[in-house]
Every structure is written in structure tokens, then in C-alpha cells.
Design a protein around this ligand. Structure first.
Ligand code: EPZ
Length: 427
């Protein structure tokens, strides 16, 4: 299992490029199921979850090309024949976002068998709201041997009000509704940019969608969708992670190829902490100017509020901020796995239920730490950038799920970070 070795102390200087958004690419790849035509997606990030999605689509009979050559980062997908519309457990257990194929499969083939995703380290991750919406659209849902089966001759438009705001639930049912018979009205929808990105792709395929990016989405079903070439949004969470890297390391970092509009809550919070940022059209320059970081509280909420996917990264910064920062995690029930590892590096953090209280500034010292989930891993990399000495991060496959070559990108702006293959593993 690969490890990262990070020696702290270098300010990050220069320009770091943001890749395409994993959480846009995953639903957009699933949307290719809705047509027999070829779909081309550009700005695809080279991360493990995308490779998993490729395997998943191929296992169902799709042709998938995935290229990361110099100017590529492109995938071409053609679901001409879906010979086996089953999302198998071996794949689903490694990526719960596999449930995104549920809606498109039922809409395109009338049947879907998807292994129950099961939980992950940050929470149970149920998909009951996906299923409730499909049932309202006329699908028959059964469960056996750890698999869900959804069947429908043709889905019918319905009025769906989500009990809770769910990003992939909104995306799954949006895709299903594009080819349902009649109108679908969805309320209490997720407003994340990834939903808007997916809707833009679907409209490019001939879907009739209004209101994506708001809490109310209207869809008029069509009989058929055609191919499309679509460019994936920049990854707002990777961009936010790099903003924190520039601030925590006391550097002068230009975060390029991003969309600052998707980061308003993060930018505002970092400014409250005393971080200096110059916001451009497609870049943000972050400078610490040697000033002290000030503590500030955060509460994670759905978009456009402060994103749960930035909570762990913000906590690393809070350890270096003067004062007490209160961090409340409202979205997932167990998203403080990074706390114990940060504490082993010297952070002063107390957890009470969904709230973590961070007292700063505490000097961090290097340690051997364990990555537990994607964003917790990012938090540990950020902490290691300022820790005294050499930190070893184990199980970095977690970070490879959602960050493209993060060690190369950080090294390119002065971080002392390298990947260490397992002694007996590949070189
Ligand atoms: C998406 O997960 C993202 N993943 C997550 O990013 C992100 O943290 C999350 O949205 C919240 O923003 C992808 O887009 C692939 P939810 P998702 O459904 O859709 C509950 C990362 O780090 N819920 O919005 O699975 C659920 O338990 C990942 O990139 C139900 O109860 O999250 C949670 O408490 C991690 N029933 C809340 O809703 C359901 O049917 C929000 O979950 C669905 C969700």
C-alpha cells in the first residue's frame, strides 16, 4: 500500500492547476447509459473512482475509452447494448456512487440490479430516497441477496419532494426523469454545482430540464436522448483544498483552472480567518502575508453553504489559527475520523457529538498517521505541510480516489512530498 512522506515547513509558491470534478464526472459518466449514441466527456480527472466507474460501465456492456494523454483527460463512452444491467457488489463496495447507475438503467432498459452500496467510514450512506423517488415514478423495487432490483416498463413523471437534500439522489432521479412519460416535478433538490453540470450535459443530449441548481427542478420526459460532447466543471473541493494549502503553509499560491463562483462560502470563511485572496475569473491567488490566522467557526450545510467535503481540510487550518474554532458537521454522522490523527500530530481538538472544538495555534509535529477516507486524507496532508519533521501517511489509496496526482501537484509548488511504494509492492 502506497504511503506519502511529507517534510513540513516549505511555503507553497507558484501556480497549481485544478482538475475536473470527480463528483461531476461520476454522474455524467452514468448519464451515458441513457443513449445508444457515443458520449464524449472532457476534463475528466485521473482518479481511482473514475477508473472504478469505467469498470462498472464496461461490466454492463458499455464501450469505454479513458485517455489521460497530454491534452486529453477525456473519456468516450458508448452504451449501444447494455447486455448486463447489473452493478455488481465487487465494484459497488469500492464506490457507493455506483448507485448513480440505478435511475439511468431503469430509464433506458426498464431494469436495474444494483448491489446495496453499504456504508463507508463517514456514515451509513443509505439510498432510500433514490428508491422512494423511483417508486413514485412507477418502478417496482425488490431486494434480495444484497441487491436491489428496480423494474418498470416505462417510468412515469411524478411529483417528488425529497425528505432530505441528497446530491446523488437528485442526480439519479433527474436522469431517470429525462426519459419518463410526462412531467416530473422534484422539490427540495440539491443545488450543488455538480447537479447543474449534469443537467447541462443532459440538456445537451436533448433532455428538457428547468431549474437545475435550484431546489425545484421540472423535467419533461422525452422518448430518446442523443450523444453529446460535454466538458466537466473544475473540482471546487480540490480548489478549496489548495486554498487551504496556500494559507496553512504561509505561501503565495495561485490556484488555477477553477471556478471561484463555486467557492463563495469557502472564500468568505478563509477571509474571516485573515487569509488574503485575490479572486480572478478562473483562478484565486492565496497569500498569508505572514499575518496570523484567526479562529472562525464553521457549520457544514448543503450548497451554497460551507461544504462538508471541506470540513476536514478546514480543521487542519483551524489548528494553526489563533483562538477556538467550533466545527459542526451536519451532513454525515461520522466525519471526524481525521481528529484522532490530527491529535497525534499535536492538535488540541475535542469532539462532542457533531461538534469539534479546535484550540489553536498548536505547533504540529510529524508522526506516522493513517488515512481513513478521502477528505480526512487531504486534511492530514495539509497538516503535514506545516508539521515539524517528516510525516508518513499510510493508506493513501483513499486520497487517490479523488485527487489527481496530488503529490506531484504539491511538489510542483515547493512541497517536500513523495510517494513511497510498499517495500514489497510495485516500485
Ligand atoms: C455526495 O454524496 C458526494 N459524492 C459526497 O462527496 C458529498 O460529501 C455529499 O454528496 C454531500 O455533499 C458524490 O457526489 C459522488 P447525499 P451523496 O446523498 O450524494 C443522507 C467526497 O468526498 N441520505 O447528499 O452520497 C445521507 O446519509 C464525497 O467526494 C439519506 O438519508 O450524499 C447524508 O446524511 C463524500 N438517504 C445526507 O443525506 C438517501 O437516499 C446527504 O447525503 C441519500 C442520502
Amino acid at each position: 500500500m502506497d504511503k506519502f512522506v511529507v517534510r513540513g515547513g516549505n511555503p507553497l509558491l507558484g501556480t497549481i492547476k485544478v482538475s475536473g470534478a470527480k463528483n461531476s464526472a461520476l454522474p455524467c459518466m452514468a448519464a451515458a447509459i441513457l443513449t445508444a449514441d457515443e458520449v464524449v466527456l472532457e476534463n475528466i480527472p485521473q482518479v481511482r473512482d473514475i477508473e472504478t466507474e469505467r469498470k462498472l460501465l464496461e461490466s454492463m456492456g458499455a464501450q469505454v475509452e479513458l485517455g489521460y494523454g497530454r491534452a486529453q483527460h477525456r473519456t468516450t463512452i458508448q452504451c449501444a447494448i447494455l447486455s448486463d444491467p447489473v452493478a455488481k457488489y465487487e465494484i459497488v463496495k469500492t464506490m457507493r456512487a455506483s448507485s448513480l447507475v440505478l435511475g439511468p438503467l431503469v430509464a433506458r432498459t426498464g431494469m436495474a440490479r444494483v448491489a446495496l452500496p453499504g456504508g463507508c467510514s463517514i456514515g451509513d450512506r443509505p439510498i432510500d430516497l433514490h428508491l422512494k423517488g423511483l417508486e413514485l415514478m412507477g418502478a417496482k423495487i425488490t431486494q434480495d441477496h444484497g441487491y436491489l432490483q428496480a423494474t418498470a416498463d416505462r417510468l412515469k413523471g411524478a411529483h417528488i419532494v425529497f425528505d432530505k437534500i441528497t446530491v446523488t439522489g437528485t442526480e439519479d432521479l433527474l436522469m431517470a426523469a429525462t426519459m419518463a412519460e410526462g412531467e416530473t416535478l422534484m422539490e427540495n433538490c440539491a443545488q450543488e454545482p455538480e447537479v447543474t453540470d449534469l443537467a447541462a450535459m443532459l440538456i445537451g443530449m436533448g433532455a428538457k430540464i428547468e431549474g437545475a441548481g435550484t431546489s425545484t427542478i421540472r423535467v419533461t420526459g422525452v422518448d430518446k436522448l442523443h450523444g453529446v460532447r460535454h466538458r466537466i466543471n473544475p473540482d471546487r473541493i480540490e480548489a478549496g483544498t489548495f486554498l487551504v494549502a496556500g494559507a496553512i503553509s504561509g505561501g503565495d499560491l495561485n490556484v488555477d483552472c477553477c471556478n471561484p463562483e463555486h467557492l463563495a462560502a469557502v472564500i468568505q470563511k478563509l477571509e474571516e480567518c485573515g487569509v488574503r485572496m485575490d479572486v480572478g475569473k478562473e483562478n484565486i491567488r492565496v497569500r498569508s502575508e505572514g499575518g496570523k490566522l484567526r479562529a472562525a467557526d464553521i457549520t457544514t450545510v448543503e450548497y451554497p453553504g460551507f461544504p462538508t467535503d471541506m470540513q476536514a481540510q478546514y480543521m487542519a487550518l483551524a489548528t494553526q489559527s489563533e483562538g477556538t474554532s467550533t466545527i459542526t458537521e451536519n451532513i454525515f454522522e461520522n466525519r471526524f475520523m481525521h481528529v484522532s490523527e490530527l491529535s497525534r500530530m499535536g492538535a488540541d481538538i475535542k469532539v462532542q457529538g457533531r461538534t469539534a472544538t479546535v484550540r489553536g495555534r498548536t505547533p504540529l509535529s510529524s508522526a506516522a498517521v493513517m488515512c481513513s477516507d478521502l477528505r480526512a486524507s487531504a486534511s492530514l496532508v495539509l497538516a503535514a505541510l506545516v508539521a515539524d519533521g517528516e510525516t508518513i501517511l499510510d493508506r493513501v489509496y483513499h486520497i487517490d480516489r479523488g485527487y489527481e496526482h496530488i503529490e506531484e501537484k504539491l511538489r510542483g509548488v515547493g512541497a517536500q512530498i513523495r510517494r513511497m511504494g510498499d517495500v514489497f509492492g510495485k516500485k
